[in-house]
Design a protein around this ligand. Structure first.
Ligand SMILES: *Cc1c(COP(=O)(O)O)cnc(C)c1O
Length: 229
């Protein structure tokens, strides 16, 4: 049986290979292990192997894990799922990063509910890059206004953008979607030069994401195996 440690090593290798192929430094790409629907033991196996950054998609499940692993103070938790406004307080109190902010109302609540004794929440705006009606994310047109709003929130620190493009088996199609997000990022960066995070790439499209300039990949299945639906 392949262990989580081995799959984690394979994921790091894959990132290094993809980076090398396009002349990038693998150190500029941060691997976030997506542990949603996976038990604590799996997170602890990755932790024991030296991994420190994990992401969850469901508030209740994520907060439970954060609290249960509280003594591991150096774990960095990312929230990457859709956000309902009645769940913002739990996110603001328990996570270091939120990658799925897509509207002003949510940003406003996270800002108000982030405890003052904690560092500002590290925020990525989720962009609906393919204008898919069934997906969350703000439109490219709404992006400048939302970025400005978040920039003016004291307890939020805008770090960049995140997207989940439409699934495709074709490297070139994947690359096209990611290139669109990259263009949005570059444009926004002219106004906010401190932006440093472009979160794109999952198990099935990490290579194209890295070729398009991703600085953060979110990998679940390739590390922890298939999830039960
Ligand atoms: C589940 C999820 C991932 C990880 O997907 P895999 O295909 O398992 O690697 C990445 N990003 C988001 C937002 C997710 O919800």
């Amino acid at each position: 049986m392949v262990t989580i440690a081995e799959r984690l090593d394979a994921a790091y290798d894959r990132i290094a290979q993809a980076a090398k192929k396009c002349g990038r430094d693998y150190k500029d790409i941060n691997l976030i292990a997506v542990s949603k629907k996976k038990p604590l033991e799996d997170i602890l196996a990755a932790f024991a192997h030296g991994h420190r950054e994990f992401a969850e998609s469901y508030v209740q499940e994520g907060v439970e894990k954060v609290l249960q692993l509280k003594e591991h103070k150096n774990i960095v938790w990312h929230f990457i799922g859709p956000i309902q406004s009645n769940k913002t307080k739990l996110i603001a109190e328990n996570f270091t990063w939120v990658q799925s902010v897509d509207r002003e109302k949510i940003a406003k609540r996270l800002n108000e509910q982030r405890p003052n004794n904690l560092k500002p929440l590290q925020v990525l705006i989720q962009v609906n890059i393919d204008n898919d009606e069934n997906k969350s994310g703000c439109s490219v047109e709404e992006l400048p206004k939302l970025a400005e709003f978040i920039h003016n929130c004291r307890q939020l620190e805008l770090r960049g953008l995140m997207a989940i493009p439409a699934q495709s088996m074709s490297f070139d199609t994947q690359l096209q979607s990611f290139a669109q997000l990259r263009a949005c990022f570059d444009k926004l960066k002219t106004q906010y030069p401190q932006l440093d995070t472009l979160s794109m790439g999952m198990s099935a499209d990490v290579d194209a994401a890295i070729a398009a300039g991703s600085t953060m990949v979110r990998v679940g299945t390739a590390i922890f195996g298939e999830r039960q639906q």
